[in-house]
Structure formats: C-alpha cells, structure tokens
Design a binder for this molecule. Structure first.
Ligand SMILES: C[S@@+](CC[C@H](N)C(=O)[O-])C[C@H]1O[C@@H](n2cnc3c(N)ncnc32)[C@H](O)[C@@H]1O
Length: 251
C-alpha cells in the first residue's frame, strides 16, 4: 500500500476512535511497568512516538523532566491536551507529524517510547531506526505492542484489519527480535502483560468494516484460540486478552 493512502486511513480511523480511546479502561493498564522498566526519573527527557491520546506521555510526564508526544492524527492530540489539562501537567509538548521521519537531532532524548503504534507502521524498521537515532547514548528505547507467536499472526491480523482498517500487521515475537537486531541493539529485554478488554467495550470504541463478522469471529474463538487473544466467556460476556510484549534496549 502506498504511504499517502495509508496515512489517510490512519488519520480517518483515529479521528473517529479519538473520543472513545482514552475511556477504554485497560488502555491505562500496566503504565507503572513502563515507568519502572525505563527507570524514568526527573532527569529524563522523553519522546513518545505515535502518542495518540497521550496516555503514556502523561504518565511519563509525572515522573520525568519533560515529554514530547508526536502523532499524525490531530484529533488524538486534542484528546491528549485534554488529558494534560485534567492532570495539571505543564511539562508536555505535542507535535503533529509522521514518525517515519523524526524532526529531531541525533541524541536528543534519554527515553524514546512507542506503545501500540508498531502494528500501524508501513515501515517499522525505519521507525525503530529513527527512535534509536534520536535517543541519547545510554538512553532507553522501548516498544510496547501486541505480539503473538508466528502461528497466530495471520488470523489475528485478519480480525484486526476488520476492526480497524488502518492496521498493517502485528509483528510476531520473532519479527520484533529481528527488528531490534537489524537496528543494532544488542541486549534486548522483554517483559509482558495481558490486556483484558470486554468485547462490548471494545466494539463501542471501534469502527469495523463488518461488525457482525468480527463479533462472530471472536465468539467462535472461545476455547480454540486461533486468534491468540484467549477469548473467554463469562455469563454471556466475552473477554479478549491481548498479549502485550514490552521490548526495551539501551542505546
Ligand atoms: C492505537 S493508537 C496508540 C496511541 C498511544 N501510543 C497509546 O499507546 O495509547 C495508534 C496511534 O498511532 C498514530 N500513528 C500511526 N502511524 C503513525 C505515523 N506514521 N506517524 C505518526 N503517528 C502515527 C495514530 O494516529 C494513533 O494515534
């Protein structure tokens, strides 16, 4: 797919998702883990890549000197600014832009983080290279995203593409490892958490191409787990458990 068309899809999709995005409670899960893995402190200058509605940026802003959030969807940044105001945080800057080409000098930030962005990137290798370039020597680069075993990726991508047509591909664990290696990171640490979302809550904040097909696909996966998200049913409610992998490495 060409970049122009893809970027249009991203902005269209996230302009619609923006208002409901922050309200999904599990989007705020395990933020403390990200703070502790990066050993974030008041000395740090942080860049949040594809920051969206600013959930991760605002959390880092509580613990660090300053945070810059960059994203290409204006509506998401509008939500980010609302969150900043609500939390009375002063040390944040927001920028509209494409993260494939970061408008920053080499070695500018001590922590460079990206959560739930990589599955939307046409060129994840370029983005990770850019993250490394703008990170200071000895700084931390961290990527947080859904990551599945190779055997589950195809079916998961089919589901996610229906739910959100700007989805490109969830990277498997092997693909993420290869990516970090190609960019030249040596010791990559991995961590994990499971993000549980109730199906109705997820659908309320989504704009699927075919919502009936999506719902049926998810419900049919109870006890099968072809999708890799361990769908469970409790009292006629369905729960999705997204496997979230955290990759971090020092530059
Ligand atoms: C699923 S949201 C994640 C938001 C946020 N990082 C979080 O963890 O809550 C994905 C975001 O990536 C942004 N995005 C996707 N591709 C991008 C690109 N090439 N440059 C900048 N932003 C991008 C979208 O606009 C959207 O806000």
């Amino acid at each position: 797919m060409d970049t122009k068309k893809h970027n249009k899809n991203i902005v269209e999709q996230f302009s619609k998702q923006a208002r409901g995005y922050t309200s999904i409670t599990s989007h705020s899960d395990s933020l403390d883990k990200l703070i502790s893995i990066t050993s974030a402190s008041k000395k740090d200058e942080v860049l949040d890549i594809a920051c969206g509605s600013g959930i991760v940026s605002c959390e880092f802003a509580k613990h660090t000197n300053n945070v810059t959030g960059i994203d290409m969807t204006q509506e998401m940044l509008v939500e980010a600014k609302k969150m900043q105001t609500k939390l009375h945080l002063k040390n944040l800057t927001w920028l509209i832009g494409d993260v494939e080409n970061l408008p920053y000098a080499d070695n500018s930030f001590s922590i460079v983080v990206s959560r739930f962005g990589f599955h939307h990137f046409l060129n994840p290798l370029k983005v990770l290279s850019e993250m490394k370039r703008v990170c200071k020597p000895n700084g931390v680069v961290m990527v947080v995203d859904v990551s599945l075993p190779d055997s589950k990726v195809k079916k998961y991508n089919e589901m996610e593409k229906n739910r959100d047509y700007s989805h490109i591909a969830a990277l498997s664990l092997t693909e993420f490892s290869d990516l970090f290696e190609k960019v030249g990171f040596k010791d990559v640490n991995t961590d994990f958490y499971s993000m549980k979302i109730e199906l109705k809550e997820q659908l309320k904040a989504s704009f699927p191409s075919d919502s009936i097909a999506l719902k049926n696909m998810i419900i049919a996966d109870v006890g099968v787990d072809d999708l890799g998200i361990n769908v469970t049913e409790i009292n006629s409610e369905y729960f999705l458990h997204y496997p979230i992998q955290i990759f971090s490495a020092k530059k």
